[in-house]
Design a protein around this ligand. Structure first.
Ligand SMILES: Cc1ncc(COP(=O)(O)O)c(C=O)c1O
Length: 388
């Protein structure tokens, strides 16, 4: 059987080895604090669950159009008006199988074999693998620790090569939680547009902005491809539903690709997602965001006493990226021993790229309530003190 060389270039998540060990420890009756997976402890909002049940009762289980239910495309466009203050028409919206589906469509649209795509390092690990899938070449945009691992227009300009055609950026960011200010986003959009490239802006964590209002790149340019999803802000990870917003002229080729690659996004999930924009749901989501913010503040206040140093300004999503170099010269080993000895699971920096000295870093996802975070902080502190 012939197997493509691509398979060798798709790296596993290092955190999976830790997760497997965590499950073994749990099976032995150990109490673990899970701070490794990018999925908070909230279920899908109640109105979404009710809409899903009603849709199934009504037999809504057949294919929808490839670009999604017209009513959902309209609701998403309305969300951009109400939430972000920008004008988007339903024809610009393609509903996809998660942000993952949107990223694949966006890259399939703008990458020819051999083209380079800039991906931030550290950054969301799947991006470079999606680039491999379309036979592009991921090019690291190494972020500067001195700049708090923030992506800047000058770093983007410098990293852009002769063969670069696109950049995948995110705000709020995974793994750093950094949130770009409107003028920073405008600068990045100008840089990519000035190079004649394509900006793929991943806004999946928009709405989980704890210090400033939600903000879309579409406030600055109509030339970006915008990735979003029901997974994070809307608390619907397992429903596998996201969307892509594009200039209207690109809807036609993307529709052809969506028809071929996916046929359609999940029908019951789309009916459920119609309830995601109801005032009751949005109120519940804002309550959850405040809850996340409280967790964030607790960690920011208490982490310094553990010896782990907060990197950048984690103002969004539910992540904090930490420099562990004051307490360990091997962050992966630190995560392994912390799990074994204290039962706290974190994600090692190795998962987020190779160009930014990943051995120094680890990520906390504040996906559990404050009392469990306090427990984790106590255990981390005890671990650091005992291994000093
Ligand atoms: C930055 C970023 N983009 C995209 C995704 C994929 O999300 P989805 O569940 O919508 O496919 C994730 C998931 O963790 C993410 O962190």
């Amino acid at each position: 059987m012939h197997i493509a060389r691509r398979c060798e270039r798709i790296a596993p998540f290092h955190v999976m080895a830790l997760l497997e060990r965590a499950q073994q420890l749990e099976a032995q009756g150990r109490d673990l604090v899970h701070l490794e997976v990018g999925e908070p402890d909230f279920p899908a909002p109640a109105p979404v669950m009710a809409a899903a049940r009603a849709a199934l009762e009504a037999g809504a289980t057949r294919y929808t159009p490839a670009t999604g239910l017209p009513a959902l495309r309209e609701a998403i466009a309305g969300h951009y008006r109400d939430f972000f203050g920008v004008t988007v028409v339903p024809e610009q919206v393609l509903v996809t199988p998660g942000a993952s589906g949107a990223l694949q469509l966006a890259l399939a649209l703008c990458v020819d074999p051999g083209d380079e795509v800039l991906v931030t390092d550290p950054g969301y690990p799947c991006n470079r693998h999606f680039v491999e899938l379309v036979n592009g070449r991921p090019r690291s945009l190494a972020l500067d620790p001195a700049a708090g691992l923030r992506v800047t227009a000058s770093a983007l300009e410098q990293a852009w090569g002769a063969g670069t055609v696109a950049a995948v950026l995110a705000s709020p960011d995974n793994p750093t939680g950094n949130v770009l200010a409107p003028d920073e986003v405008a600068g990045l959009a100008d840089t990519v547009n000035g190079r004649g490239g394509t900006l793929i802006m991943d806004e999946i964590y928009q709405g989980l902005n704890h210090e400033q209002r939600p903000h879309s790149v579409l406030a600055h340019t109509d030339q970006a491809l915008v990735i979003n999803s029901f997974s994070k802000f809307f608390g619907m990870t397992g429903w596998r539903l996201g969307w892509l917003i594009v200039p209207e002229a690109l809807t036609e080729p993307l529709t052809r690709m969506a028809q071929n690659f996916f046929l359609a996004p999940s029908t019951p999930a789309q009916h459920a997602a119609l309830a995601a924009f109801e005032p009751d749901t949005l109120a519940e989501l804002e309550q959850r965001r405040q809850d996340l913010d409280q967790r964030r503040r607790l960690l920011l206040e208490r982490l310094p006493a553990t010896g782990l140093k907060v990197v950048g300004e984690p103002e969004g999503a539910f992540y904090i990226y930490l420099d562990a170099s004051a307490v360990s010269d091997d962050a992966f080993g630190f995560c392994q021993r912390l799990l074994e000895e204290e039962g706290v699971a974190l994600t090692p920096g190795l998962d987020f790229g190779a160009a930014h000295e990943p051995g120094r870093y680890l990520r906390i996802a504040y996906t559990v309530p404050c009392d469990r975070l306090e427990e984790a902080l106590m255990r981390i502190r005890r671990f650091v003190e005992s291994s000093a």
